[in-house]
Design a protein around this ligand. Structure first.
Ligand code: ADE
Length: 255
């Protein structure tokens, strides 16, 4: 049973590649796939690319070409829920596409042909990710020796692990008014979104089509507000890869 670990960012992938036993790099569909073992588990590491289409292509290749039995996503997201702050970790319970709108033919946010707007993540994998994330977050400041740039903000702050709805769309949300509008419109319709990103819902849909278990963990890099474009790259450079490495290695040991 091979586990695919899909990373959003090269920084996250490279720290996991360094831990691979018997690493083998294969090119397929213009993408690099790393095969090997982590903690004795067969894995394929891949980059999702940015946006829903790129992520769906990578997920489909992982299933069709590499025969993976499950896909786990690790990446960053913009926090939009109350109290979902930079340095927190969100484990997705389910996914929605915030830019899906085939109304009036279908209700807003419903994925045509699926009779639903939200696609659930696998409960067992998500529970293991939550355990790994709790352990990582509780030791984060000390363990990672956060020192520079955006990371200064994180020192001494108590970070939280959240579990709930994540929304994906082909848009980097970088204005407070847009983020509030997005969050409030969805909340009024009963969808309480914790965070936004650009790939997860697409991977969830591919995994749903193939009946493959899927789970995702996202570290909060910004608040999807007017400083998101500054906070995002700083966080990615300083913190994101260490979170990804620690959470994924802890997760694989529990698998
Ligand atoms: N990923 C990380 N931050 C994000 C944001 N603000 N919008 C969309 N995707 C993100």
């Amino acid at each position: 049973m091979t586990t695919a670990i899909l990373s959003a960012l090269p920084e996250e992938q490279s720290s996991l590649v360094q831990h691979l036993s018997h690493p083998q790099r294969l090119m397929h569909a213009g993408r690099a796939f790393w095969l090997g073992e982590l903690h004795g588990r067969a894995v394929v590491l891949a980059l999702s690319g940015i946006g829903k289409v790129a992520a769906a292509t990578t997920a489909t290749a992982l299933i069709e070409r590499f025969g993976v039995a499950r896909i786990v996503f690790t990446g960053v997201a913009g926090g939009v829920g109350d109290g979902v702050n930079v340095g927190d970790v969100v484990v997705a319970q389910d996914y929605l596409q915030h830019d899906m709108d085939a109304s009036p033919l279908f209700p807003r946010w419903e994925v045509p042909g699926y009779a639903r707007s939200r696609l659930a993540c696998d409960g067992v994998l998500s529970a293991l990710l939550l355990e790994a994330a709790y352990a990582c977050v509780s030791s984060a400041s000390g363990q990672f020796g956060l020192r520079t740039g955006a990371a200064d903000v994180l020192e001494g702050v108590l970070h939280r692990t959240h579990h709930g709805l994540v929304a994906s769309g082909d848009r980097f949300v970088s204005a407070a008014d847009e983020s509030h509008r997005l969050r409030n419109t969805l909340r009024d319709a009963g969808h309480d979104v914790l965070a936004v990103e650009m790939e997860g819902a697409a991977v969830a849909q591919v995994c749903y089509d193939y009946s493959i278990p899927f789970a995702a963990v996202r570290t909060i890099s910004d608040r999807a507000d007017d400083t998101a474009h500054v906070d995002f790259p700083l966080f990615v450079q300083t913190v994101a890869s260490r979170y990804a490495e620690h959470i994924m290695l802890a997760f694989l040991q529990k698998l």
